[in-house]
Design a protein around this ligand. Structure first.
Ligand SMILES: [Zn+2]
Length: 242
């Protein structure tokens, strides 16, 4: 699947699942639970939106094993070299990174980072938000430098906003895990499937071989608009004052 499809399904997964998942005691500090009494409100609106961006960015991570994917070109030679290394370690495209093990490892890693190492956590948040913006296609077509500047500016701005709204990151690991998982689910809908239970080499393809062909018209002309509408709808549904 294309990068922006993965990013958008990542955002949708978070917007749809986060209020329910926030009920898990791991995600929220108990003090806020005492205040609100209702776990569903455990995430502030700012955390909810920050989570959607992080989840969208994390939904790009499994394709680090693919040196020509969007993610590999996001931060120049840095991500390209990283993706070369990941591709080599994980045994080529759609190997170890397209599995439950990878999603869990990334999720626990991010959760650990969020709790113990604030600078590392902040770097991770910034990178994932930058990835999400890049994947969604924010920038000037045909102008790499301009697009990079816009991306960096927007990411820094968003990060400052999160900071000023005192966004907490207890949910970071969850958002990262959900993002990686939804990527795998998405790729299972394409013809090649994924080794979900890696290191077992069985490939999983979702029922009836929906067989979406990556980058074909369907993904660009139908899926992308439908997913955009779903994101706006979910945002409105979750955040509109009721
Ligand atoms: Zn993939």
């Amino acid at each position: 699947m294309m990068g922006h499809t993965h990013a958008m399904t990542g955002a949708i997964a978070w917007l749809g699942l986060a209020p329910g998942l926030a009920a898990l005691p791991l995600i929220t500090d108990s003090s806020r639970f005492m205040e609100t009494g209702i776990m569903v409100n455990a995430l502030t609106p700012a955390e909810f939106i920050a989570g959607a961006l992080v989840c969208a960015g994390a939904a790009m991570l499994p394709d680090l094993d693919h040196p020509s994917a969007t993610i590999a070109h996001t931060f120049g030679p840095v991500t390209w070299a990283l993706s070369k290394a990941v591709a080599w370690v994980s045994g080529g495209h759609r190997g170890a990174t397209h599995s439950l093990v990878f999603a869990a490892a990334m999720g626990f890693g991010a959760h650990w980072l969020a709790g113990t190492y604030p600078i590392g956590r902040d770097i991770m948040v910034v990178l994932l938000v930058g990835l999400a913006l890049r994947a969604i296609g924010i920038g000037i077509p045909g102008n790499k430098l301009g697009s990079a500047a816009i991306n960096i500016g927007l990411t820094a701005g968003l990060y400052a906003v999160f900071l000023s709204l005192s966004v907490g990151y207890a949910w970071l690991g969850l958002a990262v895990a959900v993002g990686c998982l939804i990527h795998v689910v998405g790729d299972c809908m394409t013809e090649r499937g994924c080794p979900v239970l890696w290191p077992l080499s069985v490939k999983f393809v979702l029922p009836w071989k929906i067989g979406i062909k990556t980058g074909k018209k369907f993904e660009q002309k139908i899926l992308a608009p439908v997913l955009s509408v779903a994101i706006v709808g979910l945002l409105f549904w979750r955040l509109a004052p009721g």
